[in-house]
Design a protein around this ligand. Structure first.
Ligand SMILES: [Zn+2]
Length: 414
């Protein structure tokens, strides 16, 4: 690497101007943003992003699942591509930083490299992935790149995906072509993502950067307790088959045991519905939405086994039956050790105070990691607030993170 390349810095004012302009697209009254994937606001943000790419003299590219990229090509047409990016879509009334910072910093890296005449040996691609947040299908764009999206996912007869199909069509994304978004793994050098932490570890420790070494695995379950409806006045306690009592015992046991027995694990019961839901009827059925996460896949499996055991124990204790259905399972991902070390040395060179950190939220990097080495840089989130208009990251941290990203890109490609 040339010393010129090494000492490049992002143009912080330009990056900030981009951030302010992008934050206006889909801005909400409380200072947040609503740019749901494939909505008018999301399409407007993409069109704005495409304009910035062209303005910078980079090449605009989109693919069959709607991912939108800016390209800076290397002289060697057969060179691999280093992909850098995140997502421009948000949750309803979400924050301004989640996703957006990663896409804008990626663009700024390419722009800065291009305008200073540094010649990378690899193609550089700044990418906005379609529907990270799951308005329609979580991590849609990155799953498309690794070949895991096909029209079958959207046309299956069990789910009514008509509105999804219409939204894709309106954005110019054609169902029969979805599979063509798959990239050849041999063509990808790696993937880097800059993102806010969405937790409070870095903020509380007063650090500048988190170097993500693992992204949690996650499993979700429908747990349904079946008892028997009965008169709530005339049925004695020992005669009841109260589905909700079993479900309540399970919720308490699952929270206690899964977090006590598995440090680093988290569990959530995010939904309870009861049938027939009446003052005077003993609940016949109680359905729970259960989720748990752990940064180690094997431990996630152990959590799952214990959760299923507890579900049965609580059913037996309350004379009920229980049905458990796994809705989804995503393995934990260990980030590339090579990229992690590259980011660490970039942090040292930039004087950024950093620590290794596990991500407890899902990201495009965990999908891309299944195809090519992926690395992730976290910025402190003030008070850990995210998916909320009050989401905030100090600009000095954005600037440090963007410079660490730029330096990592240069270390890898120049
Ligand atoms: Zn995000």
């Amino acid at each position: 690497m040339t010393s010129d390349g090494c000492n490049l810095r992002v143009n912080s004012e330009r990056l900030r101007a981009d951030f302010e302009a992008l934050s206006d697209i889909g801005a909400t009254v409380g200072g947040g943003v609503s740019r749901l994937a494939l909505s008018n606001e999301d399409l407007e943000a993409r069109s704005w992003f495409a304009d910035r790419i062209e303005e910078a003299g980079l090449q605009v590219k989109d693919d069959e699942v709607g991912n939108l990229s800016g390209l800076l090509s290397a002289d060697d047409a057969g060179a691999k591509t280093l992909m850098i990016g995140s997502h421009l879509d948000t949750v309803p009334n979400g924050g301004r930083y989640d996703g957006a910072i990663g896409v804008l910093a990626a663009l700024e890296c390419l722009r800065r490299i291009h305008e200073t005449g540094v010649k990378p040996r690899y193609h550089l691609e700044a990418i906005d992935f379609t529907d990270e947040e799951g308005t329609w299908k979580s991590l849609f764009g990155s799953n498309g790149i690794i070949g895991k999206i096909s029209s079958d996912d959207i046309t299956d007869s069990l789910t009514d995906n008509m509105a999804f199909r219409a939204a894709l069509y309106r954005a110019g994304i054609m169902l029969p072509e979805l599979q063509n978004a798959r990239r050849n793994p041999a063509s990808i050098l790696g993937f880097l993502e800059l993102h806010i932490e969405q937790g409070k570890i870095l903020h509380e420790r007063g650090l500048d950067i988190g170097i993500v070494d693992r992204i949690v695995g996650r499993a979700t379950y429908n747990v349904v307790y079946q008892g028997e409806a009965a008169h709530a006045g005339t049925t004695t306690a020992d005669e009841r088959h109260d589905a909700l009592q079993g479900a309540a015992a399970f919720i308490i046991a699952a929270h206690k045991r899964l977090t006590e027995d598995f440090p680093g694990g988290v569990v959530n019961c995010g939904g309870v519905s009861v049938m027939p839901e009446s003052f005077n009827v003993v609940p016949a059925e109680a359905s729970l939405l259960v989720e748990f996460r752990h940064p180690d896949t094997a431990t996630l499996g152990d959590m799952e086994a214990l959760m299923l055991e507890l579900a049965q124990e609580c059913a037996a204790a309350h004379r009920l039956t229980v049905a458990t259905e796994r809705v989804m399972h995503r393995a934990a991902e260990r980030m590339s050790g090579y990229l992690t070390r590259q980011i660490e040395s970039a942090c040292q060179a930039e004087g950024a105070r950093c620590m290794p950190i596990a991500s407890y939220s899902g990201h495009n990097a965990q999908i891309m990691n299944q195809m090519a080495p992926a690395g992730m840089i976290f910025l402190p989130s003030v008070d850990g607030i995210s998916h909320n208009p009050r989401e905030f990251t100090e600009w000095r941290h954005v600037e440090i993170g963007a410079n660490v990203l730029l330096r990592t890109v240069l270390q890898l490609t120049v």
